[in-house]
Write a protein of this length. Structure first.
Lengths: 115, 114
């Protein structure tokens, strides 16, 4: 699975959009970009994932560059409850033989949302 | 409500005393995994299971055992716990999907081995 690079920390004002970048320059064609977050020491929580098209759900938007070498997770209106460590993970689907159920978590980005 | 449950949530034990951490999911998922999380090392996979009676080692399996006799349950067994197994443990489950699968994590079990 491709390696990802994220800034170690970011700040965001409450109510503003939080844009979290991720570089994955060695991503291969069948690898998805996943985002998870971990609030304090709770279990990681799935946010969103995509292959090459931009994706949006009720939590966030995921923008993947055309060459797929980087992506941005957007929390449109950050709240204090969005303070967490955000992990960008690249892996192929287990359906097609990707590492079975294994997510390689890096250090992530610690997002601090401030009032 | 779709969820992964773990028990106990907190456990203090002594070296060598066998223990089991239970994990159960109600989503009929095929895949289940155990991770441990340590400061500075992030989350690392211990064991995983692709279905009933099918298990395999992850990245850090030493000192652990698992079993998958039922689809919903995936207990983690420490036969002879040692202090270096003091950690925060997470169970996760997912279903393989062509468009990429979502993993659901349990709330975690914090283990202290004295």
């Amino acid at each position: 699975d491709a390696k990802t690079t994220q800034p170690p920390s970011m700040d965001c004002a409450e109510g503003r959009a939080a844009n979290l970048p991720c570089n994955h320059s060695t991503i291969s064609g069948n690898e998805y970009v996943y985002w998870y977050r971990q609030i304090h020491s709770q279990g990681p929580q799935y946010i969103i994932h995509g292959l090459k098209n931009n994706e949006t759900n009720e939590m966030a938007s995921l923008i993947i560059t055309e060459d797929r070498k980087s992506s941005t997770l957007i929390l449109p209106h950050a709240t204090l409850r969005d303070t967490a460590v955000y992990y960008c993970i690249v892996r192929s689907s287990a359906f097609f033989g990707g590492s079975q159920g294994n997510l390689i978590f890096g250090k992530g980005t610690k997002l601090s949302v401030k009032p | 409500e779709a969820q992964v449950t773990q028990n106990p949530r907190y456990l203090i034990t002594v070296t060598g005393k066998k223990l089991t951490v239970t994990c159960s999911q109600n989503m009929n998922h095929e895949y289940m995994s155990w991770y441990r999380q340590d400061p500075g090392l992030g989350l690392r996979q211990i064991y995983y299971s692709m279905n009933v009676e099918v298990t395999d080692k992850g990245d850090v399996p030493e000192g652990y055992k698992v079993s998958r006799k039922e689809k919903r349950n995936f207990p983690l067994i420490l036969e002879s716990p040692s202090p270096n197994q003091t950690s925060l443990y997470f169970c996760a489950s997912s279903r393989p999907a062509a468009r990429g699968e979502t993993q659901y994590f349990g709330p975690g079990t914090r283990l202290l081995v004295l």
